[in-house]
Design a protein around this ligand. Structure first.
Ligand code: NDP
Length: 283
């Protein structure tokens, strides 16, 4: 396809985060726009938390196509939108805004994106016992889908009250969820019954972070996922124990695919987006 010049009719999609300099989303979405010859561009804006309301007002004022939100704006943006879908109401966080003629609608594509990445990797959650580490926005997004298919779900989080809240909300969907202490979740006796472990904490983003779980208790018949895009020490050690491991790059791809489809109303060029992510892999 011919790549259109930026001109008077170019529509802009954007990422709002703080920081955003290392984001791979511009590469992924611009590759998709290019593939379809669309007169659109995706740019990353480093938006200070104090400027988020002004940035959201600019989405309306400048007629942006849509926006992705990342840390630390996913929760704060909720009160600035005209409408949010049911999934966002459950999760309490928005990662995608669609601008429909000036009405800003909030969606969250993280949970569906994660499930698509599991499916693509051939990991079936149906009837499995799942341990979710963390109870933040990403954990809530993922858990809302996991709970519909799993046999049982355990949530372990540093802040017990937050885990308790998530467990209560999940049990409204399907009453199969309990909570555990992080220390307990890392023990052999506890882990032996678990099929799938999902690290949805931010532990591992920094190299100096401790592991979210004692990996010595993991076994070769388990699947271990980390929502962090790059291969964390946790995943490397889990793999060394023989476990099957999956990093968050598939989730990153699929949440982007779903956002693209919400903005454009057309099927995303998944493999083009995947290649763009891989080509831009500098980590
Ligand atoms: P939140 O800030 O909402 O939640 C962070 C979670 O990590 C909380 O459960 C928090 O526990 C826990 N945590 C943070 N620091 C520690 C610590 N020192 N010890 C123990 N637990 C800790 O973040 P998100 O839910 O938005 O993101 C979580 C992770 O998921 C991030 O790494 C993010 O990069 C990743 N992610 C990946 C995506 C993808 O596309 N692959 C999409 C979205 C997120 P507490 O409640 O006690 O604070």
């Amino acid at each position: 396809m011919t790549v259109s010049e930026i001109g008077a009719t170019t529509r802009i999609a954007a990422l709002f985060g703080h920081p955003v300099a290392h984001s791979k989303s511009p590469r992924m979405h611009n590759a998709a726009f290019r593939e379809f010859g669309m007169d659109c561009r995706y740019v990353a804006f480093d938006v200070d938390p104090g400027q988020l309301a002004a940035a959201v007002a600019a989405v309306r004022a400048l007629g942006l196509l849509g926006v992705n939100l990342t840390i630390p704006h996913k929760e704060a943006v909720l009160s600035m939108l005209d409408e949010v879908d049911a999934e966002v109401q459950f999760i309490g966080a928005v990662n995608t805004i669609v601008n429909r003629q000036g009405r800003l609608i909030g969606y969250n594509t993280d949970g569906r994106g994660f499930m698509r990445s599991l499916k693509e990797a051939g990991v079936d959650v149906a009837g499995k016992r799942v341990l979710i580490l963390g109870a933040g926005g990403a954990a809530r997004a993922v858990a809302a889908y996991i709970v519909r298919e799993a046999a049982s779900v355990v949530v372990a989080n540093r802040t017990r009250g937050r885990a308790g809240q998530l467990v209560g909300d999940l049990n409204q969907i399907r009453s199969i969820v309990t909570t555990a202490e992080l220390s307990e979740a890392g023990q052999e006796a506890f882990l032996k019954d678990i099929h799938l472990v999902i690290n949805a904490t931010s532990l591992g983003l920094k190299e100096s972070d401790p592991l979210p779980l004692d990996v010595d208790a993991l076994t070769a018949d388990q699947v271990v996922c980390d929502l962090i895009y790059h291969p964390t020490a946790f995943l490397q050690k889990a793999a060394a124990r023989g476990a099957r491991v999956l990093d968050g790059s598939g989730m990153l791809l699929w949440q982007g695919v779903l956002a693209f489809e919400l903005w454009t109303g057309r099927d995303a060029p998944v493999n083009v987006m995947r290649r763009a992510l891989l080509d831009g892999d500098t980590q």
